[in-house]
Write a new protein. Structure first.
Lengths: 68, 171
């Protein structure tokens, strides 16, 4: 999904009281959300798998540390 | 090393009727949510159970925390006899669910799903609206952030599709 500059601006600077503003106030990174929406579903899936591989490595590191 | 993409490819090749739900569906809809497993709603028919069993068997699925000395057979009957299977596989954790709280059985989940392109295949993925229904019904504390993000995603997508004149907020 491609966003116009104006739409991007409105997403990153949402109107007070909007769902986007609530998300920002909740701590959700709207720039990350926008970046994800600009990816294709295939790219989002590949990104998820990359993250899962990374988390497996992190878990391995933690497990090894716990064994010491 | 196999990964989640291999699991989805295998299921698509076998023409298994599944809908991606949970964290991976959130990711596919644009969320930044991080998840380590894939949750799949599946049609609990004999034909489909056989397709899923054929697709997943190469990944050596076993129930998570299954005692190694106890036997486990993963076949169509296993899928038909269970409503929830939480499996560890050589490609990562895969949860198979016959029903989703707030939505219902596979037919209802599938009705709330949309088709997304995936390589030469198509994936059925729970829609933003479907995810919102499921998360609200689940009512777990960990879903609160997901609901806030899904509502924001819905409006951000609306902004992208329609410009800036409407849809930036809905109660």
């Amino acid at each position: 999904m491609r966003f116009s500059e104006e739409a991007r601006h409105r997403i990153l600077n949402p109107e007070p009281g909007s769902a986007l503003a609530r998300a920002r106030d909740y701590g959700i990174d709207l720039s990350l959300l926008l970046e994800n929406l600009e990816r294709t579903p295939q790219q989002r899936l590949e990104q998820t798998v990359k993250m899962q591989r990374f988390l497996r490595v992190v878990d391995d590191v933690r497990r090894r540390a716990e064994r010491r | 090393m196999s990964d989640l993409l291999d699991v989805l490819r295998a299921l698509a090749r076998e023409r298994a009727r599944v809908v991606v739900v949970g964290g991976v569906a959130l990711r596919l809809q644009g969320s930044a949510y991080v998840t380590q497993d894939v949750d799949l709603a599946y049609e609990r028919t004999r034909v489909n159970a056989a397709r899923i069993a054929a697709a997943l068997r190469p990944f050596d699925p076993k129930p998570r925390n299954h005692p190694p000395h106890l036997p486990f057979v993963f076949d169509a009957q296993t899928l038909i006899a269970n409503e929830v299977l939480t499996l560890e596989t050589t490609a990562g954790d895969v949860d198979l669910l016959a029903a989703i709280k707030g939505l219902g059985g596979f037919a209802e989940v599938d009705a709330a799903a949309e088709t997304l392109p995936f390589e030469e295949f198509e994936l059925r993925v729970l829609s933003v609206e479907g995810l919102l229904v499921a998360k609200r019904a689940a009512g777990r504390p960990k879903d609160a952030a997901g609901i806030v993000e899904l509502e924001a995603l819905r409006d951000a997508r609306c902004a992208g599709e329609t410009g800036i004149e409407r849809g930036l907020d809905r109660p």
